[in-house]
Design a binder for this molecule. Structure first.
Ligand SMILES: Cc1cc2nc3c(=O)[nH]c(=O)nc-3n(C[C@H](O)[C@H](O)[C@H](O)COP(=O)(O)OP(=O)(O)OC[C@H]3O[C@@H](n4cnc5c(N)ncnc54)[C@H](O)[C@@H]3O)c2cc1C
Length: 416
């Protein structure tokens, strides 16, 4: 464990930083701040048992190289079961019934994968354990925040049961429909795609070779995400009113639909677990920072999952906010003062906004089944796969996004 430059909270405060929400983003930030010598109080509405052994929520999270480095530096990666980490060796995109296929492979000559896929419940479990191993992090469960206030020298929250806590800085990590964001008077742009994803694990006959498929069919979209062994996560995007029908299918009916849409790529297919569904709503907060208040994780940027960036962005935000607060703390400055929070906001916005807008535009184009958008989709894939120099430029830009190579340096230091 690195040496800690712990500052005891003043008697007026319960911690240096209060974090609302012990999801993966809140827990990761708590680890990073504790390593920088700050004390943290995490307030979480759920019961401790549901955090300690979270149920499998069907999300397979694709992570970039930068995300992995941040997780390693915080000791989260080391807590993931190795058997649950699946390398992503290639990504392929196909459209409708057309012949075009777009492939993303690692750089020529490199044998590092594009990224890794890990079940979300494993990440959440690892994040809780990593945070619990830091004496400077205190976690209060069954603590639902229902009011907050900011005065000159502190931010305070009140729980449903009337208890109150305060700190120089309050960070909201309470999901894309963040109530704290609203209570702080910060609005958000919301994009309701009118669609849902239905996710379910499948077992299959042929080796997936670490290839992720994104099949933009007409009627629905199917993504096949490689998991450990001969398993994939099937992610079906459907109009919102069809989600119930997909959930009600028998295992055999679900497997038959997936096998048919996978066009034999995986051989025989069987359902391998329960299905879950998520309504698709993209969210981008108008601001990530205000006096004594900051937003991270999905509360700041809630992405459509098709470009696999939500948790990656959560980690990038943790990295940048922790870096700014570490500097402020080391210099003895007020942690709730705006300059450090605004520096975080500027950098995180620069990283996330183009991808957020690009993802929404891509989803709109690839789910529009009128004749012109269909032709545009085909054209786009053909140019991106086959027309030099555009092909090389587009692939390199997307590969850099997939691996996280286009962003800043990771948190310093590692942690076992
Ligand atoms: C189907 C699907 C696939 C995905 N795939 C990927 C992927 O491939 N790659 C990727 O990077 N990301 C992916 N994501 C996104 C990723 O799952 C999220 O970005 C990430 O889990 C968000 O973490 P968070 O901590 O910000 O929020 P959450 O996990 O939502 O945690 C918020 C926490 O705040 C608590 N809370 C809420 N309100 C209060 C309150 N008032 N008081 C106290 N506590 C409160 C909640 O109980 C919860 O524990 C995917 C998402 C989905 C739905």
């Amino acid at each position: 464990m690195p040496a800690m430059n712990m500052t005891a909270p003043t008697s007026r405060h319960d911690a240096d930083v209060l974090i609302i929400g012990a999801g993966p983003a809140g827990l990761a930030l708590a680890c990073a701040l504790a390593d920088a010598g700050m004390s943290v109080l995490l307030l979480e509405q759920a019961a401790h048992a549901s955090l300690a052994e979270p149920a499998d929520d069907g999300r397979e999270i694709a992570m970039t190289h930068r995300a992995r480095r941040v997780m390693e530096a915080l000791g989260l990666w080391q807590r993931l079961p190795q058997a649950d980490i699946a390398p992503l060796r290639e990504a392929r995109v196909i459209d409708g019934g057309g012949p075009s296929m777009l492939r993303f492979e690692p750089e020529a000559g490199g044998d590092a994968p594009l990224g890794w896929l890990v079940p979300n419940h494993r990440i959440r479990r690892a994040a809780l354990r990593a945070a619990s191993s830091r004496p400077a992090v205190r976690l209060l469960c069954e603590a639902r925040v229902s009011a907050l206030s900011v005065v000159t020298d502190r931010a305070s929250v009140r729980l449903d049961d009337g208890r109150e806590f305060s700190a120089p800085l309050l960070v909201a990590a309470d999901s894309r429909l963040s109530q704290s964001r609203r209570l702080a008077g910060i609005g958000a742009a919301m994009h309701d795609f009118g669609r849902s994803v239905v996710v379910g694990p499948i077992a299959h006959e042929r080796d997936h070779q670490g290839i992720a498929w994104e099949c933009f069919r007409y009627g629905n979209t199917l993504a096949l995400l490689p998991m450990s062994g001969r398993h994939c996560s099937a992610v079906v995007t459907v109009p919102g009113n069809q989600a119930t029908e997909w959930l009600a299918l028998s295992d055999n009916e679900f497997a038959a639909r997936i096998a048919q849409q996978a066009e034999g790529r995986l051989g025989a297919v069987q359902a391998a677990g329960p299905r879950q569904h998520y309504p698709l709503v993209g969210v981008y907060a108008h601001r990530f920072a205000a006096p004594r208040f900051a937003l991270i994780g999905d509360a700041a940027v809630g992405m459509h999952p098709v470009t696999a960036h939500g948790w990656n962005f959560g980690l990038y935000g943790v990295e940048v906010l922790a870096r700014e607060l570490r500097t402020a703390h080391a210099a003895g400055r007020d942690l709730g003062a705006l300059p450090a929070l605004q520096a975080y906001e500027r950098e995180h916005r620069r990283t996330t906004l183009p991808v957020y807008l690009g993802t929404n535009a891509l989803v709109s184009l690839f789910s529009d089944e009128r004749a012109l958008p269909k032709r545009t989709r085909q054209l786009l894939l053909t140019v991106a796969e086959r027309v030099p120099p555009f092909s090389a430029l587009i692939k390199s830009a997307i590969r850099r996004q997939l691996t996280g190579a286009s962003h800043a340096a990771p948190l310093a230091g590692g942690r076992a």
